[in-house]
Design a protein around this ligand. Structure first.
Ligand code: UDP
Ligand code: MG
Length: 316
């Protein structure tokens, strides 16, 4: 059986189109399937849409969050509740073409790979500024992190159950899936395709959210910013110490040390700024540690049509 996980946040327009397209493809496969829709606290009619679809099609299971927890949490909810031996994640906006599914299944069934991931080779239809920053992000994170994070990689991928179990065993609160997929390893086949624009609705990512996502990714998968802070510290302390020696010796030899107000102010402001920057970097890590130590649930499900798992009674 194949389980398809679809995180949905305000996707009322896309859902019926997605459902039709994906079902048409899945029916051609010689395989049982389930569609796991995760409603990530939508404020539109996504939940009503899911209830209606689940009444007409028993392949549909839906989970509705009590509020918006983010796509990462929605994917995790899907992974934890999927029962197929193959598990895929797809966006609801048809930016992940269902027509690729048969090929992906063929590749994974060949037995050589544990996962088939997709990578868009173009960023057609995306604002050029966004593409530029995205490229820089991938360049930077790949330089400073040990985990391989592929440029253009989508979350659209098909995995074997063992890989999904490895992913759900990672219990971290700050989940950066692009890093997690790379971190768990396994043999991955990369399938390139041309970018597709969303069928309906709007992207949930604005520039601010994307920058936040980039910072989260870097902090979750690299210690480099902390090393940069130490680097600043060392490169400034050594010349400052030498400069201090010069100042003291000059004072002892020639007396007058009053001149140089401008340079003093420049140094104070510069060092003050650097200290704040380094504190900020450390603060980012502490904030993440703080959230991790609370052990809060990743999501809260307020409604689902999935029957509760049957508990085996031991008779005691
Ligand atoms: N999504 C979600 N929770 C969020 C934001 C997005 O579940 O907080 C879902 C959204 O419904 C879609 C997928 O994640 O199915 C990708 O979102 P979007 O299309 O907005 O991102 P883009 O394709 O523009 O990167
Ligand atoms: Mg999209």
């Amino acid at each position: 059986m194949i389980s398809i996980i679809i995180p949905c946040y305000n996707e009322q327009e896309s859902l019926p189109i997605f459902y039709k397209k994906v079902t048409a493809v899945l029916k051609t496969l010689d395989m049982d399937y389930e569609l796991l829709f995760v409603n990530d606290g939508s404020s539109d009619n996504t939940l009503e849409e899911l209830r209606c679809l689940s009444h007409i099609d028993p392949h549909i299971k839906y989970f509705s969050f009590s509020r918006n927890f983010g796509k990462e949490a929605a994917m995790l909810a899907g992974f934890s509740n999927a029962s197929g031996s193959y598990i895929a994640v797809m966006d609801a906006d048809l930016q992940d073409p269902p027509s690729l599914l048969p090929e992906m299944i063929k590749i994974i069934q060949s037995g050589e790979y544990d996962s088939v991931a997709t990578r868009r080779v173009s960023r057609l239809g995306e604002p050029p500024v966004r593409s530029w920053f995205a490229r820089r992000f991938y360049q930077i994170i790949n330089k400073i992190s040990d985990t391989d994070i592929v440029d253009g990689a989508r979350d659209f991928r098909l995995m074997r159950r063992n890989m999904v179990e490895a992913i759900t065993s990672m219990n971290e609160y700050n989940r950066f899936s692009k890093g997690i997929f790379g971190w768990v390893g396994f043999r991955t086949y990369w399938l390139p395709y041309e970018n597709v624009e969303r069928v309906a609705g709007e992207t949930k990512w604005n520039f601010w959210k994307l920058s936040q996502y980039a910072v989260d990714g870097i902090i979750s998968f690299s210690h480099a910013p902390l090393s940069i802070a130490s680097f600043f510290g060392i490169t400034i302390t050594i010349p400052s110490f030498l400069f201090m020696l010069v100042v003291v010796i000059r004072k002892l030899l020639f007396g007058n040390a009053v001149a140089g107000w401008a340079s003093t102010i420049c140094v104070i402001i510069f060092i003050g700024g650097l200290q704040l920057l380094c504190l900020g970097i450390i603060g980012q890590y502490i904030a993440k540690i703080y959230m991790e130590t609370k052990h809060r649930p990743h999501y809260i499900i307020s409604e689902t049509n999935k029957e509760p798992d049957v508990k085996i009674s031991t008779g005691q």
